[in-house]
Design a protein around this ligand. Structure first.
Ligand code: HPA
Length: 277
């Protein structure tokens, strides 16, 4: 099933009605165990996904499943506390649906976060990685099917999906906060099973520094509709086969909890200085 432009508009109209004259400028997608930033939003208007026409539910652990509108670090934001994933049974169009709705609400910038497995041997669990580019070779594009020209062209360019000036901003803010911000390529795997050691060796050969089960579909969709994107990964664990131990979901959530201060500090600083980028 494909969505029509009218359906996106219907979702946006519903939210506009709830928001009155508040207009968000920055959309934020908070990944596994990272949703707490949404709790810091001032003058919050909270809308559960289930109330919004055509929205899907977020069923993954550590994902609340609601939009929080309000002010964060002085910016008018729309925070997605929890996202949708392909492994939950959703199509990529459904996974990225909210991005287009937030674009229609006036968001020009998207901050995406995720927890991911570290592939680059120089990384450690708990590191933050600025995403410089992505690889999504598995399964279809979220833009598959009839193009909606209201959002963007049939064949969008993907040379600068992660906006260079936002990358520079994040590096600058990390330096100011004394955070050792790694940089690298995020490779998408559909999950829900964690990758095999052989798949991780393949990912490394292909140029990946971290692997995860989200983000890439939303970023393709954001790029299509002309949004500026900043992506920050929390390396919650080293990927399969790098260390002898097995991977667990609890490890991912614990790492997110442990990195809370560093992670929120960096995102808040990027928000606060966004207008200088
Ligand atoms: N692989 C895929 N997704 C993940 C991982 C991983 O190792 N860690 C957190 N999300």
């Amino acid at each position: 099933m494909h969505f029509t432009f009218a359906q996106y508009q219907e979702s946006a109209q519903f939210l506009k009605h709830r928001l009155g004259n508040f207009q968000p400028k920055v959309a934020m997608v908070l990944g596994s165990g990272l949703g707490y930033l949404g709790d810091l939003v001032e003058h919050a208007i909270v809308v559960p996904y289930g109330e919004i026409p055509h929205f899907k539910h977020s069923t993954a652990p550590g994902h609340k499943g609601q939009l929080v509108f309000g002010t964060l670090a002085g910016q008018p934001v729309a925070v997605m506390q929890g996202r949708m994933h392909h492994y939950e049974g959703y199509s990529y169009e459904e996974v990225a649906y909210a991005v287009r709705v937030l674009r229609l609400l006036g968001c020009q910038t998207l901050f995406v976060t995720n927890a991911a497995g570290g592939v680059n041997y120089s990384f450690h669990a708990g590191d933050l990685m600025l995403i410089t580019d992505q690889i999504k070779i598995f399964l279809e594009s979220p833009l598959r099917g009839e193009n909606l020209p209201e959002f963007g062209p049939r064949f969008p360019d993907s040379s600068y999906l992660y906006t260079p000036k936002l990358q520079a901003l994040a590096k600058q803010q990390a330096r100011a906060l004394d955070i050792d911000l790694k940089t690298g390529v995020y490779m998408y795997f559909p999950g829900p099973q964690y990758e095999t050691p052989a798949e991780i060796r393949m990912a490394r050969i292909l140029g990946a520094d971290a692997v995860g089960m989200s983000t890439a579909p939303e970023v393709i969709t954001a790029g299509h509709c002309g949004m500026n994107v900043l992506g920050i990964t929390l390396v919650s664990n080293m990927a399969a086969g790098v260390l002898p131990q097995k991977l667990t979901e609890q490890e991912v959530l614990d790492a997110a909890e442990a990195a809370k201060e560093k992670f929120s500090g960096l995102l808040l600083a990027c928000l606060a200085h966004l207008d200088e980028a």
